[in-house]
Design a protein around this ligand. Structure first.
Ligand SMILES: Nc1ncnc2c1ncn2[C@@H]1O[C@H](COP(=O)(O)OP(=O)(O)OP(=O)(O)O)[C@@H](O)[C@H]1O
Length: 258
């Protein structure tokens, strides 16, 4: 379970990324976070695993405060949280397998992994993870030889090898074409269902959010302006909230950029 209690994040320049957010996410939920550009989606996701420090409030992961955790305790909490980024964040000049094995680093002492020494169980786990995202045949390819969609699936496999209990995906499909977008979202959804991994995905597309999520959270200017099931996240409701109509994919982003 993830709990945000009165979470506020003010950037050093005074911008309020998040303003008094209160949220509870239950184990196994698949949540899409939507909102206009600059609404605070990335800030929210990055605050959950403390890539960003919040300025007020508290975030609890399975009852433990990640906000106050230090040293080993912080590392242990973070080990359970996998992050997926728009830009994949792979080491491009090394193999897919090594990239997936990087997910195991938090489970071992540092010197061992620096030498690239992983036990057989880890190698097995990495192959199992690659198999789950249908990319096992690319295990020995260099990461930069893969298409964007394949690279994102390697990033998902890395999180699986990590044995993360929570996946935070920050615009995971923003740089992918529609077909690849579907494949990556299908993978995330299948993993969520099969392994009961709590999944929070930032999306620009409300249509995509409705297709995959079970709960949608709408942000605006760092505040939660919608929190409900897909059935309530209608175009009409969103137009009402954001003060403008939208029907197409990425409409929220396009409106914001114009
Ligand atoms: N490092 C930073 N310093 C100052 N302000 C920041 C910083 N990062 C983000 N912000 C501001 O915080 C607010 C929320 O930004 P955030 O990136 O979380 O929004 P977002 O909803 O993810 O946007 P996008 O859809 O464009 O990625 C914005 O006003 C943004 O300009």
């Amino acid at each position: 379970m993830i709990e945000l209690r009165n979470v506020t994040k003010t950037y050093p320049n005074g911008t309020k990324g998040l303003n008094q957010i209160n949220l509870t996410v239950e184990k196994g939920e698949f949540i899409a976070i939507v909102g206009l550009s600059g609404a605070g989606k990335s800030t929210l996701l990055r605050s959950i695993n403390r890539l960003h420090d919040i300025t007020d409030g508290e975030i609890l992961i399975d009852g433990k405060s990640i906000t106050t955790a230090k040293g080993k305790e912080l590392r242990m909490i973070r080990r359970d949280i996998g992050m997926i980024f728009q830009g994949f964040n792979l080491v491009k000049r090394t193999t897919v397998l090594r990239n997936v094995l990087a997910g195991r680093v938090g489970h071992h002492s540092v010197p061992r992994t620096l030498l690239g020494l992983f036990p057989k169980e880890d190698i097995d786990l990495a192959f199992e993870a690659l198999d789950r995202v249908n990319i096992v045949q690319k295990a020995y390819a260099r990461a930069d030889e893969l298409s964007g969609g394949q690279q994102q699936r390697v990033a998902i496999a890395r999180v699986l090898a990590q044995k993360a209990k929570i996946i935070l995906a920050d615009e995971p499909v923003a740089s992918l074409d529609p077909l690849t977008t579907r494949q990556v979202m299908d993978d995330l959804k299948r993993i969520n269902m099969e392994l009961d991994i709590t999944t929070i995905v930032n999306l620009h597309s409300i249509d995509l959010a409705r297709q995959y999520a079970t709960r949608i959270i709408g942000l605006q200017a760092g505040e939660v302006v919608f929190d409900g099931p897909v059935s309530e996240a209608t175009d009409e409701r969103f137009a009402e909230i954001y003060g403008r109509p939208f029907h197409e994919e990425n409409h929220l982003l396009e409106e914001a950029v114009v």
